[in-house]
Design a protein around this ligand. Structure first.
Ligand SMILES: Nc1nc2c(ncn2[C@@H]2O[C@H](COP(=O)(O)OP(=O)(O)OP(=O)(O)O)[C@@H](O)[C@H]2O)c(=O)[nH]1
Length: 586
């Protein structure tokens, strides 16, 4: 028997209990704002918009008449700088302000704590700074961010704005919230780019930790419910997934294996992002600051898979040819130290794209330079991804049975080579078959469950209306409420949510509505992992779908319920519930 890399920990036994006994208590949507905003395809917006977004009052409305904000200009590009506490965001920001490319940069610093230390550090360097504290811009301070952007532009002619996010912020949530910003704010400034810093030394252990954000001192603010329960591994995945550029920082402190893991997993989680290995956040300003073109001409959402969009995030990447002297090219790494033996951490070492860079993907010689710059290929370790889709609901009990056998990596750090070996050969205890899920590093998406009890005290008929959000990263797995399916309302009503964005309405109807009968109710789950056997995973998932006879019962039960509910209810929706099934895994 191989060393147990995986095991049937209590994770799914526990989640099975949470699931099996589905708490039908009609909980408030304590987490939904974050989850909804996190999803790149938000469902029912009333549940997805943090309450505070509805109360935004333009600063102009309250500012004195003689303060004039220039709105005829192009919007100022905003960069969201994300990354865990201590990954080096402030250090990178200070470096950016020092080497600013003669750009006038406004800075907004968000801290969940009441005292914003980072802001104080930045203040000594820049007077163009606004603090955003005592909460997180991805939820509780969502509209404060709009206000801060307005505020920083008052009386200032800025070329760019950088928002240093709190360590627990999900940049995708902020991007999605930003879509709700008043148009007068978006005319002034708009999000162009997300840059995420990761700590190369701790990446592998953070991905495998059981910790929640609240377990880590200083990460959360008790008065801000935003991310206390968020799993560290999931947050890490979210921050990487949202990024146009990932800076793998602190390369001076980590060994070659740690850097490799950070790079491989980053590329696996987000195949469209640019990746740079850096020390002390040192990178050319051009790579951090967004451009007006990104805002106006291209979709910069790295998670966007709409082929009709143009995706510019690789275009303005500096020329990587070491000998190039074409001054029209951007040479972001001109100042890098290329002495392979240099150990001076104040030098920039990560960008020596010299001809001596080792291009052998299998090479593990730590003395070689392995930058593998900008290849989006993740196949060197057999990392693959695919999307599982189905237009039929899961039968809850069968899904739970399947999840109970989902193997949990027991190692405390991510060991990709080991995972690959295990994926191909490990057999599990108790004579059970090898699980096709053993190499899965990340899975996430929407899913649809059929109710198991349509009436009575423990009815879970709300499942018919509720989109569940499936999220697995490292050792954590949860299926939580993600809002209601659009299919729960008539199209005419739905259009009202898209006043300013009919293109998004069209996209949802075109891409997400998979059947006339059930609308956008569907399974859409992406799997990312090493050496995955796609066919076996698909087959295992298919096994959990309702059969034809189960679907016939589903339809019958639905008819019965509609008949009784119609007689007693006048509400806009069949089920006014928002239930959270949180499969806590610790
Ligand atoms: N050795 C080394 N230390 C670094 C590097 N980058 C940042 N640091 C140090 O790491 C510590 C944390 O860096 P910060 O820039 O404050 O990190 P942060 O992400 O802003 O942290 P919070 O503001 O607490 O979220 C500081 O002591 C930095 O000097 C690096 O590349 N190498």
């Amino acid at each position: 028997m191989t060393t147990a890399a995986f095991g049937y920990l209590s994770l799914f036994r526990k989640s099975a209990m949470a699931f099996g006994s589905l708490p039908v208590s009609r909980l408030a949507f304590t987490e939904s704002a974050r989850h909804m905003a996190t999803n790149t395809r938000p469902l029912h917006p009333p549940m997805g918009i943090p309450g505070s977004l509805r109360h935004f009052t333009s600063l102009r409305a309250s500012s004195s008449d003689n303060v004039k904000i220039e709105t005829t200009k192009s919007p100022v590009p905003i960069t969201l700088l994300s990354g865990f506490l201590g990954t080096g965001k402030t250090t990178a920001l200070k470096h950016l302000l020092e080497t600013n490319d003669n750009k006038k940069i406004g800075v907004i610093v968000n801290d969940v704590a009441a005292v914003n230390i980072d802001a104080k550090l930045i203040q000594s360097q820049s007077s163009d700074m606004v603090e955003l504290q005592n909460g997180c811009a991805c939820c509780s301070l969502a509209d404060e961010l709009f206000f801060s952007v307005e505020k920083i532009l008052l009386g200032r002619d800025l070329d760019a704005i950088v928002v240093e996010l709190s360590g627990v912020a999900d940049p995708m949530a902020i991007r999605n919230n930003w879509k709700m910003a008043p148009s007068e704010v978006r005319d002034m400034a708009d999000i162009a780019r997300v840059v995420t810093l990761v700590d190369s030394q701790t990446f592998g252990t953070d991905y495998m930790t059981w910790d929640t954000a609240a377990d880590r001192p200083g990460w959360t603010n008790p008065v801000d419910p935003c991310a206390g329960n968020a799993k560290v591994a999931e947050l890490l995945a979210e921050q990487v997934e949202a990024a146009n550029l990932v800076l793998i920082n602190k390369c001076d402190l980590s060994n070659a294996e740690e850097v490799l893991v950070a790079e491989k997993v980053t590329r696996a989680l987000n195949g469209k992002t640019n990746v740079e290995k850096v020390v002390f956040g040192k990178i050319a300003p051009k790579l951090i600051l967004g451009t007006v073109e990104e805002i106006t001409a291209a979709c910069t959402d790295p998670a966007c898979d709409d082929e009709s969009h143009s995706h510019s995030h690789t275009q303005d990447h500096g020329c990587m040819e070491s000998g190039c002297n074409d001054s029209s090219h951007s040479h972001a790494h001109d100042h890098a130290c290329v002495d392979a033996g240099c150990t001076d951490v104040s030098h920039e070492h990560s960008h020596a794209h010299s001809e001596s860079t080792c291009a052998d993907p299998d090479c593990t010689d730590a003395t070689h330079e392995h930058t593998h710059s900008h290849s989006t290929s993740t196949d060197q370790l057999g990392i693959v991804n695919f999307v599982y889709k189905a237009a039929v609901p899961f039968e809850p009990k069968r899904l739970m049975t399947m999840l109970e056998t989902w193997p949990i990596p027991l190692k405390d750090t991510l060991d990709l080579g080991f995972l690959q070996e295990e994926q191909t050969k490990v057999l599990f205890e108790d004579g059970m078959d090898e699980s096709p899920f053993s190499g899965v590093l990340r899975s996430k998406g929407f899913c649809w469950f059929g109710p198991s009890k349509w009436s009575g005290a423990n009815s879970d008929a709300w499942r018919h209306e509720t989109a569940m959000y499936w999220s697995h990263a490292g050792k954590h797995f949860s299926i939580t409420s993600g809002g209601k399916w659009w299919g729960t309302m008539p199209r005419e009503k739905m259009t009202k949510f898209f006043d300013e964005n009919m293109a998004e309405f069209d996209r949802i109807v075109r891409d997400d509505f998979v059947s006339e009968e059930f609308g956008d109710r569907r399974q859409e789950i992406v799997f990312i992992g090493i050496g995955l056997n796609e066919n076996e995973i698909r087959a295992a998932m298919d096994e959990c779908l309702m059969t034809e006879s189960e679907m016939a019962k589903y339809r019958q039960n639905l008819q019965n319920l509609l008949a009784t509910t119609m007689a007693t209810s006048s509400g806009p929706s069949l089920f006014d519930v928002g239930t959270i099934d949180h499969a806590d895994t610790k």
